[in-house]
Design a protein around this ligand. Structure first.
Ligand code: BG6
Length: 515
């Protein structure tokens, strides 16, 4: 008999249909940058959890490629360690015994043509010995500067085409995908010279989050919200990505990026697209991606000379995080003394189309804020005639907040009469929580995305034109900032960002939501 949580899961009608039926065909997954952080923290635990859910094919092999000389068993040991430390579910020894023999390692530098020939031979051998069927997924988990070299060498070694009997050769490219429009275009050209666009999977892990995918279901699977979703009813939209983390030893990378390149251009713009897009005609990958690109093309360009009016950049000083003192950004290892890099940004974005004309989208993202919260909130217009103004009706209008993480859920706030003879009114909330309704932790984003890439489903990956359209908008903001001598506005670590950010939204008679 199943008891407790197990029984709840089996009997909870909301869980019906949650089991995934998709199973992948045989293939090898080759990770370039196999000794890196991303591999250990995200990719390996994701593959293990897919294996645990029996979603990997019987003919499967994982091949690591990196510079360091390592034996297959030493690499498998590192993978095991990654699973033990970072998997959401503990390592099961029987499953590990099945997985370990499928792991191998090819030491090679990314420039070394001979290394790719060895890789090609190795993959052909796996096809024979492990039944991987000639299909390959190459995952670029390296510094971005290595991407062009790797894709070029893969093509030269004949690896951008499937092996004998195989059905695909695909490449997964991690962000950052370029650092501006010009570099993104060059990189796109280099990648597309080696792989067809349909075989290029540009990853943005936010799209793998369950709550982000639910945005489409919420909007287009329910009849009641969509009629309210636009300028007639929505006053403005706020999107926030707040993190308590600092740059976590990635000072050098962050110096080159800043929060706008690190988070806004990709993760936040994806949230913006999914919030603002029109209903796609179908769930085909291109039908959805077409609609997202239309949103990006409708963003009102901000001329560089107006960037400082429409945006705020901030940088954390010393302060506290989780009750402990933390250093200023400028004191972090790898940060240049005269740095102008921002760790916080607030932007006012307008979407010039029929649905959103005149509705501002306020975006804010920051490191070392007081809480980790990602949220999209629509604030609705006030009623046209305030009958209850004298009864304490809140000055806040109705809001619909989609909590992407943590405490994933959706909350609708509205006014209600307080019981009793007095005509008193108070805001209350109608709440949906994933944890309560579905009784299970959502899988990690990388699980879904790796499986989709193996299956060849590009819906949750970024298309070439999408990447270019988003950089096009960001470039002007970056150019405006670069032209200014001013340092980013200061905020203490552990606060909600600089005062200038409050001023940006208050200028329009609105304020940031309390997160
Ligand atoms: C990454 C950024 O893409 O996303 C990090 O490079 C950031 O700086 C991270 O911390 C946030 O991801 P998540 O899933 O924790 O919200």
């Amino acid at each position: 008999m199943t008891t407790g949580v197990g029984a709840f899961l089996e009997t909870n009608p909301l869980r019906a249909g949650l089991t995934r039926e998709r199973a992948a065909g045989p293939c090898s997954v080759v990770i370039f940058g196999a000794s890196g952080d991303l591999t250990r923290r995200k990719l390996v635990p994701a593959l293990y959890n897919l294996h645990l859910d029996r979603l990997l094919p019987a003919g499967f092999a994982l091949v690591g490629v990196a510079r360091r000389p390592l034996s297959d068993s030493a690499f498998a040991g590192a993978i095991r360690d990654g699973i033990v430390r970072h998997s959401r579910r503990p390592l099961d020894l029987d499953l590990w015994k099945e997985m370990a023999p499928r792991i191998s390692y090819v030491p090679a530098t990314f420039e070394d043509a001979e290394g790719y020939r060895r890789l090609a031979d190795h993959l052909a051998r796996l096809d024979r010995e492990r039944g991987t069927g000639g299909s390959r997924l190459f995952y670029l988990a390296t510094p971005p500067s290595a991407y062009p070299t790797i894709v070029k060498n893969l093509a030269l070694a004949g690896l951008s085409r499937p092996g004998a009997g195989g059905s695909f050769a695909r490449v997964v490219v991690e962000k950052p995908f370029g650092r501006d429009l010009a570099t993104a275009r060059t990189l796109n050209a280099e990648v597309n010279a080696a792989f067809d666009e349909r075989d290029v999977f540009r990853i943005d892990h936010y799209l793998g989050k369950e709550t982000v995918q639910n945005l489409m279901v919420f909007r287009f699977g329910n009849a009641i919200f969509e009629p309210l979703w636009g300028r007639e009813h929505v006053d403005h939209v706020q999107i926030a990505v707040a993190e308590t983390l600092g740059v976590e030893g990635r000072g050098e990378y962050f110096e080159e990026a800043g929060i706008v390149r690190d988070i806004v251009q990709n993760h936040m713009f994806q949230l913006l697209c999914l919030t603002a897009m029109e209903p796609p005609v179908s769930l085909r990958p291109d039908a959805i991606r077409d609609e997202k690109v239309k949103v990006l093309r409708a963003l009102r360009p901000v001329p560089a000379e107006r960037a400082l009016e429409e945006s705020v950049r901030g940088r954390y000083g010393a302060g506290a995080s989780g009750g402990s003192p933390v250093p200023a950004y400028l004191e972090e290892p790898g940060v240049a003394p005269g740095s102008r890099t921002e760790t916080y940004a607030a932007l006012r974005v307008l979407v010039d189309n029929w649905r959103w004309a005149g509705v501002p989208f306020y975006l804010r993202a920051g490191k070392r804020l007081p809480k980790r919260v990602t949220e999209i909130a629509l604030t609705f217009r006030h009623v046209p005639h305030r009958l209850f103004a004298g009864a304490g009706a809140s000055p806040n209008a109705n809001t619909l907040a989609l909590r992407i993480q943590p405490d994933e859920g959706i909350t609708l706030r509205f006014d209600s009469k307080v019981p009793g003879p007095e005509p008193r009114i108070q805001p209350v909330a109608m709440d949906f929580r994933y944890g309560t309704s579905f009784g299970q932790e959502p899988p990690e984003a990388y699980e879904r995305l790796l499986l989709d890439a193996i299956l060849g489903d590009s819906t949750l990956f970024i298309r070439r034109d999408e990447v270019e359209a988003s950089w096009g908008w960001i470039d002007a903001i970056e150019a405006g900032w670069a032209a200014s001598d001013a340092a980013p506005a200061a905020y203490p670590a552990g606060s909600w960002g600089p005062a200038e950010s409050d001023a940006l939204i208050e200028r329009d008679g609105r304020s940031w939501r309390r997160l």
